[in-house]
Design a protein around this ligand. Structure first.
Ligand SMILES: [Zn+2]
Length: 530
C-alpha cells in the first residue's frame, strides 16, 4: 500500500491519496480534468456559454465538498468585460515624413487587441530606449524626454542594473500610468531579435483574436484608449530612417543589456484603427471553508487557478477545441480535489480558506485583477495566495520550482514541507521569462499579498527535461493540450496533497506570511498601487 506523502510530511493519521496506483479511470483528479476539457465546455473561452457551463460545474463540486458560497451571487462573482475585435482589413498604419510619400506599414504591425485602441492617431514618434519608468529604483528612461502627444517607440528589455522583476513590473504597471500622466498618444513595442520568445508569425496570428479589458476603466492597465502596437523587428529600420541611429545598432545594445539612447524620430505616425466593441460578462467562482479560530477566521488564505482557456479555432492536429487540459483544467482539478480531500478528513484550519477559480487569465489576468481589487470576502485580510497554473505532472514529483519562493516566507513553508517528502525546491531556470508576474498570483502581489506558484521541474540531463521541452513545443496553447496526452497521475495526486498541506500549514500558523525585507515586491504591502 502506498503511503500518502502528506501523511509522511505532517504525521497525520488519515491518508489523502487512494491506495492503488491511479489510472485515468480511477483518479478523481483526472476525472475533473476530463470533464473540464470535454466537448461540452468548448475550450472555456471567457464570456462563452462553454465557460459558463464550466463555472457551474465547479460551483457544484465546491458545494459537494461542503464549501460555502462566497461570491456576490451564490458561488459567482460577475466580472463585466469589454471585448474588442480589431478589423485589420479596414485599418491602416503609415509612417510619414515631410516631403515624402507615406510608407504603408500595416503588414508590419500587430495592433494589440487587449488595449482599447484610439480610432485615429496622427503623432510624432519618440524613441524612449527601454521605456522603463522606475524612479523607485533610480532609473527613468523618460527623464527629460518630452512625449506629450507622441507615440513612444520602445525596445523591450533593460539594463543589467535592474532585476527582471523590476523590468516586468515597469512594463506591467508603470508604463501605462506614466504615458497617460505625460499625455502620450500610445506605444510601439519592438523586440531585439535574440530576445524574442514567440515567433513573429504566432504573435501576428494571436493579434487577430478578440481581446478583452475590464469594463471598469480604473482597473485597466491603459485607462483611456491609446495607440498600442508591436512592430516586426525584421523590418524595423524604416522607423529609424533619418534619426542618425539604426535599429541594428540599438538591438545589439539591448541584447547586451547596455544603456540605450533616447531621441525623437524623423518619421511620424498616421494610423486609423477600425475596431468593434461588445459587452461581455464572465464569472469568477468563489467558495469558502470558514476558519475555526474566532480570533483568526477573519483572515483568509486563497487557493487559486484559472478556469478559462482559449475556446475554439481552426482545427490544428485536433478537432478545433483548445481543451487546455493542463492549462489550466489541471489547476482547477487540484482546487476541487483539495476541497474534497479536506472534507474527507474533516480538516478545519484556524484561518479561512478561499477557493477561487478565475476567468480571463488568458486575456490578461483579468478575473484575478478584478477579484484582488474587489474581494467578495475578507477584504484587506487575505494573507496569502497559492496559485496552481499548469503545474505539469509529466514525471514523478521530486523537484518543484516555486515562483516567488525567494520573495516571501511562503518559500520556507514549501521547503520544509518538501524536505519531509523528498521534494526539492529548485531555482527558476528561466528567470528572464518572468513567470512570477505572468499568472494570477501577481494580482495579489500588486495588492501586497505574499503569493507563490508551484510548478514541477524535471531532473536535468534526463528524459524528463526533453518531455518538458516537447510539451511546450507541441502542446502549449495548442489543441494537443488535450485528454490524450500522457500524465503522471501519481505526481498530480502528490502535487494536490502538497497544495493541501501548504494551505493548512499557512492557515494554521501562528503568524501570517510576510515578504522578505529585500524583496522588490515588499513595497506593495505599504504603498498601494493607484
Ligand atoms: Zn495559458
Amino acid at each position: 500500500m502506498r503511503q500518502s506523502i502528506l501523511a509522511l510530511a505532517a504525521a497525520l493519521c488519515a491518508t489523502f491519496a487512494s491506495a492503488a496506483t491511479p489510472t485515468k479511470d480511477t483518479s478523481a483528479w483526472w476525472g475533473h480534468v476530463r470533464v473540464l476539457a470535454s466537448d461540452e465546455f468548448q475550450g472555456r473561452l471567457t464570456g462563452s456559454p462553454g465557460y459558463r457551463a464550466a463555472a457551474e460545474y465547479v460551483a457544484k463540486r465546491f458545494a459537494a465538498a461542503g464549501l460555502k458560497p462566497a461570491g456576490d451571487a451564490g458561488y459567482f462573482q460577475h466580472v463585466d468585460l469589454v471585448v474588442q475585435t480589431i478589423h485589420t482589413d479596414a485599418s491602416h498604419v503609415r509612417l510619414t515624413r515631410p516631403g515624402a510619400e507615406p510608407l504603408e506599414v500595416s503588414d508590419r504591425v500587430v495592433l494589440s487587441p487587449s488595449v482599447l485602441q484610439r480610432p485615429d492617431v496622427t503623432a510624432p514618434l519618440v524613441f524612449a530606449g527601454y521605456g522603463l519608468h522606475l524612479p523607485e529604483a533610480g532609473y527613468d528612461d523618460f527623464d527629460g524626454l518630452d512625449v506629450r502627444g507622441a507615440v513612444v517607440v520602445l525596445l523591450v528589455g533593460g539594463p543589467e542594473s535592474l532585476s527582471g522583476a523590476q523590468r516586468a513590473h515597469a512594463y506591467a504597471e508603470n508604463l501605462a500610468r506614466h504615458l497617460e500622466d505625460a499625455g502620450a498618444a500610445g506605444v510601439i513595442q519592438l523586440t531585439a531579435p535574440r530576445n524574442r520568445e514567440v515567433p513573429w508569425a504566432r504573435q501576428k496570428a494571436a493579434g487577430t483574436m478578440p481581446g478583452m479589458v475590464l469594463a471598469e476603466p480604473a482597473l485597466r492597465r491603459f485607462r483611456a484608449p491609446a495607440f498600442h502596437a508591436a512592430f516586426d523587428e525584421s523590418r524595423a529600420e524604416a522607423l529609424f530612417e533619418g534619426s542618425g541611429h539604426t535599429f541594428a545598432e540599438l538591438a545589439a545594445l539591448a541584447e547586451a543589456h547596455r544603456p540605450l539612447p533616447r531621441f525623437p524620430l524623423a518619421v511620424g505616425l498616421a494610423a486609423h484603427v477600425e475596431a468593434s466593441l461588445a459587452e461581455a460578462r464572465a464569472d469568477n467562482v468563489v467558495a469558502e471553508l470558514p476558519g475555526r479560530d474566532p480570533s483568526l477566521r477573519a483572515e483568509a488564505v486563497v487557493l487559486s487557478a484559472h478556469l478559462d482557456h482559449l475556446g475554439t479555432g481552426a482545427p490544428d492536429h485536433g478537432d478545433g477545441i483548445f481543451r487546455g487540459a493542463m492549462d489550466d483544467a489541471s489547476g482547477v482539478a487540484t482546487l476541487l480535489e483539495v476541497a474534497s480531500r479536506l472534507r474527507a478528513r474533516h480538516a478545519h484550519p484556524r484561518r479561512s480558506l478561499l477557493f477561487l477559480a478565475v476567468c480571463g487569465e488568458e486575456k490578461g489576468l483579468l478575473g484575478s485583477r478584478y477579484f484582488a481589487a474587489h474581494p467578495t470576502r475578507h477584504t484587506g485580510r487575505i494573507v496569502a495566495d497559492i496559485n496552481s497554473d499548469m503545474f505539469l505532472p509529466l514525471y514523478p514529483l521530486k523537484r518543484l520550482i516555486g515562483f516567488g519562493a525567494d520573495e516571501s516566507t511562503l518559500g520556507d513553508d514549501v521547503r520544509s514541507l518538501g524536505a519531509a517528502l523528498g521534494i526539492e525546491l529548485v531555482p527558476d531556470p528561466q528567470p528572464d521569462h518572468l513567470v512570477f508576474v505572468r499568472s494570477d498570483q501577481y494580482n495579489f502581489v500588486r495588492h501586497g499579498v505574499p503569493a507563490i506558484m508551484l510548478m514541477m521541474s524535471p531532473h536535468p540531463g534526463t528524459a524528463e527535461e526533453q518531455a518538458l521541452t516537447d510539451w511546450f513545443a507541441r502542446r502549449y496553447h495548442a489543441q494537443a493540450d488535450n485528454l490524450d496526452q500522457p500524465v503522471d497521475l501519481e505526481a498530480a495526486d502528490a502535487y494536490t496533497d502538497l497544495v493541501a498541506a501548504l494551505a493548512l500549514r499557512v492557515a494554521d500558523a501562528r503568524g501570517v506570511p510576510h515578504w522578505r525585507p529585500d524583496s522588490f515586491f515588499a513595497r506593495f504591502a505599504s504603498q498601494p498601487l493607484r
